[in-house]
Design a protein around this ligand. Sequence first.
Ligand code: T5A
Length: 205
Amino acid sequence: MSGVLFSFEGIDGAGKTTQVALLSQALEERGHRVVCLREPGGTPLGEKIRGLLLDRTEDPPSPVAELLLFAAARAQIVATRIRPELEAGSVVILDRFTDATFAYQGYGRGLPLDQILSLEGIASGIEPRRTWYLDLDSEESNRRRTLRGEAPDRLESEGDTFRDRVRAGYLERARSRPARFHVVDASQSVASIATRILQEALSLL
Ligand code: T5A
């Protein structure tokens, strides 16, 4: 595949969506064809699954059902959007990808990591060239999301202890995959984070 896959990860409110938009714009200005996609979502089926996963409901999915729904959305976006775009030579920027499943369903929910790994082989089988993990503590995550004034979705309602486990999971994955993961201090200004990420992205294209 001639394209390049980048992903952004972090706990809720870390600034991923902000940085995806800035990187995309900067790369397009330099002549690259860029496609931004979010997970869960990014396809008509995936967006329906997103609703099932994030809407607050009296009948929430069990942890295993949740894992399988994320995997189903991923299988769809990989097959119908990500692989075709990479084959066409695009730069694909993902707002969350497989690492989110390890962090949230593995470290957050406590599901076995080896089972998640097997499922990832079925649903995805591809790895980003670079993953920027925007590292933020729960307190600042809460502050930013409160400022935004939106009602928390089902996963955002899990609370600080859950988010702390997710953060620890991301940091563990970053430590064990230093060539792919770059940890970014997400408490810095939007502009300084964007500058560093753009420099790294350009060096990889
Ligand atoms: N999930 C997902 C799983 O459990 N398993 C999986 O496998 C996958 C794929 C998805 C949820 O699903 C879970 C994780 C999530 O809980 P989502 O809406 O896609 O939900 O993800 P969120 O992280 O909840 O998205 P957010 O929009 O809340 O967070 P972002 O994108 O990280 O943050 P962003 O850019 O929207 O910024 C948040 C606010 O902070 C400000 C922004 O202006 C905005 O108001 N901000 C900053 N403020 C100060 N300094 C900075 N550097 C800032 N950067 C942004």
